[in-house]
Design a protein around this ligand. Structure first.
Ligand SMILES: *Cc1c(COP(=O)(O)O)cnc(C)c1O
Length: 329
């Protein structure tokens, strides 16, 4: 564990605390009591369209500023919410941003990618590469920037270093102040920092993670971050991790995610994204069916953002458009 005096200052650019709101109509539709299900609105974190990456970026950007950085470099998928919010954070802090994205130009310029451009970020296409090759490209880009006299700060995939995960330790504190009696928090798992921070603050038994297919070993990834935060060993099998919502892989739309997205929109007027939050809601629905989440317990669903990604996901848009009911006047 790092002594507090050695931890860099946060760069505060989000809107805190985020609201905790009831979801009584969705709760009843899922067989829970009207007062059992709440939503933590981390889609409303303020900067750049919002989302969970803002909390982590406050810490990683704080460290970058302390190091005298002039340019932020990070990696991701073409529709990465983390890349979009890194671009927004750079704009807010007056730093240049280079996004090293997997893939090639032309696949889709909509959704998050359109916002990357709006925030003034430069995109480097790394081609069809695995995570290691993507990181290697980011290091090459950083070396090139250094040769040109810049001071790059490389922010890890998804912002999920031990430092970045501190943003979700803070979210755990907010939740305890808003709902002292909460029994379970359900959260989407990508690069793992969000779940790790919450587990550090709330304990492994109160957090259910829903793996979305972004990493090969979600429990190992999250437990390593929890161990780094707490300074004590966190066993991967102590985590409540659902692996049943990945379907055909990270980028694919699952039937369960589409159903969860539609139900949440129609009962509560709240939009989820297909990749992360739709899967997390489908995981909550499965957990209720399994008896892992019970009526009479206070359950919090963490909305971690991702709305721009919906507009960059063709398969989801096609289904949404097909479901539009049109009537004559
Ligand atoms: C990145 C992301 C997640 C996953 O968070 P991690 O900390 O990477 O596990 C969940 N939801 C949305 C919308 C995201 O963009």
């Amino acid at each position: 564990m790092t002594p507090d005096s050695l931890i860099p200052q946060r760069a505060v650019f989000g809107t805190w605390p985020t609201p905790l709101e009831p979801m009584p109509r969705l709760a009843r539709a899922l067989g829970l009591g009207a007062d059992d299900l709440w939503i933590k609105r981390d889609d409303l974190t303020g900067l750049g369209g919002g989302g969970n990456k803002v909390r982590k970026l406050e810490w990683t950007c704080g460290a970058a500023l302390a190091d005298g950085a002039t340019v932020l470099v990070t990696t991701g998928a073409p529709q990465s919410n983390h890349a979009r919010l890194t671009a927004a954070a750079g704009a807010r802090l007056g730093l240049d941003v280079v996004l090293v994205l997997a893939g090639a130009p032309g696949a889709s310029e909509s959704g998050n990618l359109a916002l990357d451009g709006l925030f003034g970020a430069t995109v480097v296409w790394a081609g069809d590469v695995d995570d290691q090759a993507l990181d290697a490209t980011a290091q090459q880009v950083a070396a090139g920037l250094r040769r040109q006299g810049g001071v790059p700060a490389v922010i890890p995939f998804g912002g999920s270093s031990v430092l970045g995960a501190r943003g979700y330790v803070e979210c755990g504190r907010e939740l305890l102040a808003q709902a002292r009696d909460l029994e379970t928090v359900v959260v989407a798992v990508g690069s793992g920092g969000t779940m790790a921070g919450l587990v550090d603050q709330l304990g492994a038994s109160r957090v259910i993670g829903v793996h979305c297919g972004a990493v090969t070993d979600p429990a190992g990834t999250v437990s390593a971050l929890v161990s780094g935060l707490s300074g004590t060993d966190c066993a991967p099998d102590s985590l409540r991790m659902r692996l049943d919502q990945v379907g055909d892989g990270y980028g694919a739309l699952t039937e369960q995610s589409m159903a969860a997205l539609t139900l949440t929109a129609r009962t509560e007027g709240i939009v989820l994204d297909p990749i992360y939050i739709g899967r997390a809601m489908a995981g909550l629905i499965a957990a209720i069916e399994d008896g892992d989440v019970l009526p009479g317990q206070r359950t919090v669903f963490l909305h971690s953002g991702g709305l721009p990604g919906l507009f960059g996901h063709r398969a989801t848009l096609a289904q949404v458009e097909a479901a539009l009911t049109v009537s004559r006047p």
